[in-house]
Ligand binder design. Structure first.
Ligand code: GLN
Length: 240
């Protein structure tokens, strides 16, 4: 009982500390349905989620679009307070930033052109594969296919998935490796299809600077409240 009271008191202080504060949130808005730009406005599951957490916990957010590869550095240098970008919680990233509790689980997938006859074998031999720089898809291809020399064609890294998808459609690469939910989203609007799922069981988390423990607690509390109230489920139904 005493413990519950202490936890509640700590929360009251925490919420008081953040009340009205404005946090700068970084995202790479090329990752539908988690984040993208529609008519000049940021939309997607992650955008709604961070706004709902902010509303629940009494702070404000300002969203900034950056390349995925520069998000962690911007968090470490203090240019960003929060990163929400379908970012997988990995050991390497956890060495430099702190992650909230997981809010999503995803696997990698292999995407080819709609008219392609290639299957998962596109990953082997002299084919050209594209990824987004610094993503878990990038690391997976590097470690499993390039270093092992299973893949001997070109390995191309792109700043955004929009560029990678365009190059795929234009026949400059044979396949792209990216998170499955996002691949599905691209397959709805571009002439591409998923031919394989790579079970990587990745958890997405919201990242903050390691020194910002109060903010991390606020975010975690916000996620818990949204889980309990059913709001998280509502967002899920809205975007998937
Ligand atoms: N989940 C993947 C990662 O964390 C891809 C994220 C993204 O491209 N936005 O690397």
């Amino acid at each position: 009982m005493k413990k519950t009271l202490l936890v509640m008191l700590a929360l009251v202080i925490l919420v008081g500390f953040a009340f009205g504060a404005k946090y700068v949130v970084g995202t790479s808005a090329d990752f539908p349905p988690f984040e993208s730009v529609e008519n000049g406005v940021f939309v997607g599951f992650d955008i709604d989620l961070i706004k709902a957490i902010a509303e629940e916990m009494g702070f404000e957010v300002e969203i900034r679009d950056m390349s995925f590869d520069s998000l962690i550095a911007a968090l470490v240098s203090g240019n960003l307070d929060i990163v929400i970008s379908g970012m997988t919680i990995t050991d390497e990233r956890e060495e430099v930033v702190s992650f909230s509790k997981p809010y999503w689980t995803a696997d990698q997938s292999v995407v080819v052109r709609e008219d392609s006859e290639m299957s998962v074998t596109v990953l082997f031999g002299k084919h050209n594969i594209g990824v987004q720089t610094g993503t878990t898809g990038d690391i997976w291809v590097e470690e499993n296919l390039v270093e092992t020399k299973i893949l001997t064609g070109d390995f191309k890294r792109y700043d955004t998935y929009v560029l990678a998808m365009t190059d795929l459609v234009n026949r400059n690469v044979d396949a792209i490796v990216l998170d499955a939910p996002v691949a599905e989203s691209f397959a709805e609007v571009r002439p591409v299809k998923i031919v394989a799922i790579i079970k990587t069981y990745e958890d997405y988390g919201i990242a903050v600077n390691k020194a910002n423990k109060e903010l991390l607690e606020l975010i975690n509390e916000g996620i818990s409240r949204l889980e309990e109230s059913g709001k998280l489920n509502e967002l899920n139904l809205k975007h998937f």
